[in-house]
Design a protein around this ligand. Structure first.
Ligand code: MLT
Length: 250
């Protein structure tokens, strides 16, 4: 049986390090890719669009041996995973949608993203998004685990403002991809922290309902960054999904 590789796509405004704990545990059993979005650090940014981020991920999968892969995306990573599924369906053997949604932004949310992108660009720093740590982490983590708050704050502080502005503009332009998800006939797992106040359980239930055989995993006492707040729970969900995908790629 083939051990399907796993691709882990990160959230905003973060980078591949948010998957470190999950990836370390998975790496002994199968190939794990954690590309930075939208392109590797130091490369020129394309025009803002999640489609170009998805094409970069496709390139990374092909460069690493071709796939198909189990693709797991958390929040913005999930938006990119769905764009990848639409543009490169041959590369997706299974899909994990973690603390994310398949729908587009409402007009006011998209407009807010564009304002934040302009602010970040004008400031030349990530200061306008530093406060996001408060919404990314669940209440339990915020009150009981200051070291996690500190870790995520440090990651945000280290982001490149140009990439932060790029991501906001790209996310503002994304379409509803529920139909893309609906048309996928591979295994799907939807994961959500029960304290996720960004995308939340309603969005997770909507995605799980779109697919006949989706598994819905609710992670207790975790917020929007469930893979950081409870990496063991997310890893367990991914291992189970990968086993289902192995059966289809063997
Ligand atoms: C993320 O975690 O990637 C962002 O919160 C996504 C978003 O702003 O929609």
């Amino acid at each position: 049986m083939t051990a399907t590789p796993i691709v882990l796509l990160h959230a905003f405004p973060l980078d591949h390090r948010m998957w470190d704990d999950v990836a370390a545990d998975l790496a002994g059993t199968r190939d794990v890719l954690t590309p930075d979005l939208p392109v590797p650090a130091g490369e020129d940014l394309p025009e803002p669009s999640l489609e170009s981020a998805a094409d970069h991920v496709a390139h990374a999968i092909r460069a690493a041996g071709g796939g198909p892969a189990v693709v797991a995306g958390l929040s913005m990573g999930g938006y990119v995973a769905l764009a990848l599924l639409e543009r490169h369906p041959d590369l997706v053997a299974g899909l994990a949608l973690v603390d994310t949604k398949s729908t587009a932004d409402a007009p006011d949310a998209a407009a807010k993203r564009l304002r934040v992108a302009d602010e970040v660009q004008a400031a030349g720093t990530v200061d306008p998004v530093r406060g996001m740590v408060e919404v990314l982490l669940g209440e339990t983590t915020r009150t009981a685990r200051p070291e996690v708050v500190e870790r995520v704050s440090a990651w945000i502080g280290e982001q490149d403002p140009a990439r932060v502005a790029w991501s906001q503009r790209a996310m503002a332009a994304r379409p509803d991809r529920t139909a893309v998800l609906q048309a996928f006939d591979g295994p799907v797992t939807v994961v959500v922290g029960d304290e996720d106040s960004v995308t939340g359980t309603d969005a997770a239930e909507h995605m799980a309902a779109a697919v006949t055989q989706a598994l819905l995993v609710v992670v207790p006492r975790a917020g929007h960054l469930s893979a950081v707040e409870d990496p063991a729970a997310v890893r367990t969900a991914l291992v189970e999904l990968a086993r289902r995908a192995d059966g289809t790629t063997a």
